[in-house]
Ligand binder design. Structure first.
Ligand code: FAD
Length: 493
């Protein structure tokens, strides 16, 4: 039986491990933190619970398939719950828009806020997203990245749409007149850590997926998903070695033959009894190669504030966006100047709207997220900068009148995470959420492939590799890697 070691117990790492154990491989995981889940985490403070990473699930069918294909019923592990309102959007002039997930309710809201003509533009936009989704779902999202996968008859006929150089923002300009709608649809580029002014129109599949499959959350909190994966690892006797940070490797004849781990920041341990290695991260230059680190075109990171309030807001939904005044300037700050935007768009997720246990009665748990650049020499998150930025974000929220008066007076506690914490906690390149950004189509070619070009027994899984970031795509990444390994080792496990 072949032995596989998986480094990293994020979603992609655990999904790969489970799928391969299900196929009959012997699998062991090594994780640098003392917990599993990676970017999917949670935080507790005095009666409050917060998800610290993902807050929204799209493509629930991908998660359902994983459970089914490993012989399980998802309901025995997690309960995915559809949201009635995918997101409530706020603009500074007082306009709001609820993206209801029920079609008639959505249309009524859309027409009343933006008008009938814009609704037709919305339907045309979705057709575009649908086209890209149907072209890519099986051939790209569910398969190993290969140029030939694009070269179907339909793909060749429509090649101009793929390589047109048009951005998400170009697409918004094509279909919408209202600047608010353009901003709303441009925001989807941030789902993969990119700028709408640079990322390809292909990513119109993101809103298409959200509108088609809805917005979901996991009952009891997103972290239940990570916990479910840990439980399944136990069911397959997959040992997770916590506190094991991969610090070096050795290789011979194009194969990795030894992994060196630093255990709990102290002792070192070498592991050489394995045939195949899977990495759930791309931060190690020996694994990814120098070229990968050359571009510096990293996806965005985040500034997070977990805030406990002693009051409940009537006007917030579970997911909320408070938009900045000048969206283009915000992205110039983030991706060109590489500094935190002065006037920022603020995302607020309040799981307490669905989960009564997430905050005490009469109180509310806010997960506040602002997109920021990955770490660079242009800005450093000193304590001073961190608290100054927090004040700016609070001022911005105040300007929307979420609570009457200054929200500072209602804050019981706050806990801040910056890109420097992302780097420390997840080991992701320069604190970025998704590794390389998708600001250029060429990124697809520069990401480490699921099967390494550098070593014959090395594979990559997770959001920084193919097919990309976000929880469902990490599940797909784990699937793709397990299938490549299965197909390459047919008679030997
Ligand atoms: C703030 C935030 C909000 C998000 N919101 C959403 C959302 O709403 N919806 C959504 O679908 N997605 C969202 N995402 C993205 C989603 O969380 C990630 O794409 C996904 O969880 C990444 O999984 P992964 O498999 O890439 O592993 P990661 O989570 O990146 O985990 C990698 C693991 O490897 C470990 N590791 C790193 N280096 C080493 C080493 N040297 N040795 C050993 N172990 C190591 C890390 O500790 C970590 O456990 C969000 C992410 C963040 C940070």
């Amino acid at each position: 039986m072949k032995k596989i070691i998986v480094c990293g117990a994020g979603i992609g790492g655990m999904v790969s491990a489970i799928r391969l154990a299900h196929l009959g491989f012997q699998v062991e995981i090594f994780e640098k933190n003392n917990y599993a889940g990676g970017k999917m985490g949670e935080y507790y403070e005095t009666g409050f619970r917060f998800d610290t990473g993902p807050s929204l699930i799209t493509m629930p069918y991908v998660l359902e398939e994983f459970f089914k294909e490993t012989g399980r019923d998802i309901k025995d592990y997690i309960n995915l719950v559809p949201l009635d309102n995918a997101c409530k959007y706020f603009w500074s002039d007082g306009v709001t828009f609820n993206a209801y997930t029920e079609q008639i309710k959505f249309k009524d809201e859309f027409v009343s806020v933006f008008g009938e003509e814009e609704y037709q533009g919305f339907l045309n936009y979705l057709e575009y997203g649908k086209f890209f989704f149907e072209m890519s779902e099986k051939n790209i999202l569910q398969s190993e990245f290969r140029i030939r996968n694009f070269l179907t008859a339909k793909g060749i006929k429509n090649i101009n749409k793929f390589i047109s150089g048009k951005s998400i923002n170009d697409l918004s300009n094509k279909f919408f007149k209202d600047p608010k709608l353009k901003q709303l649809f441009d925001r989807y580029a941030t789902y993969n850590g990119s700028s709408p002014y640079l990322a390809s129109q292909i990513f119109s599949i993101i809103p298409y997926i959200e509108f088609k499959y809805g917005a979901w959350y996991s009952e009891g909190g997103m972290y239940r998903i990570a916990k479910a994966l840990v439980r399944i690892c136990g069911e397959y006797n997959i040992k997770i070695n916590y506190g094991h940070e991969l610090t070096d490797i050795t290789s011979a004849s194009g194969k990795i033959n030894k992994c060196i781990f630093t255990i709990h920041d102290e002792a070192q341990k070498s592991v050489s009894e394995f045939d195949i290695m899977i990495s759930n991260f791309t931060n190690n230059i020996k694994l990814t190669g120098k070229e990968y680190f050359k571009t510096g075109d990293w996806s965005s990171s985040g500034f997070i504030a977990l805030i406990g309030f002693n009051e409940v807001s009537d006007i917030l939904s579970q997911h909320n966006i408070l938009f900045s005044e000048d969206y283009e300037k915000e992205f110039i700050d983030i991706f060109e100047k590489k500094i935190p935007a002065d006037d920022m768009t603020v995302y607020i997720s309040v799981t307490g709207k669905s989960e009564s246990n997430d905050a005490p009665a009469g109180a509310e748990n806010w997960f506040v997220l602002v997109n920021t650049p990955a770490l660079s020499d242009n800005f450093s998150w000193t304590d001073k900068h961190k608290y100054e930025y927090f004040e700016k974000v609070i001022d911005k929220i105040n300007s929307f009148g979420i609570f009457s008066g200054d929200i500072r007076e209602k804050i019981l506690f706050s806990k801040i995470f910056t890109p420097a914490d992302f780097l420390k906690n997840y080991g992701s390149e320069f604190g970025s959420i998704y590794g390389l950004s998708s600001n250029s189509l060429f990124t697809m070619f520069r990401r480490p492939k699921n099967k390494s070009d550098n070593y014959s027994n090395l594979y990559f899984t997770g959001g920084n590799t193919h097919p990309g970031g976000g929880v469902p795509l990490c599940f797909l990444s784990g699937k793709i890697v397990s299938e490549i390994i299965r197909d390459g080792n047919k008679n030997s496990y």
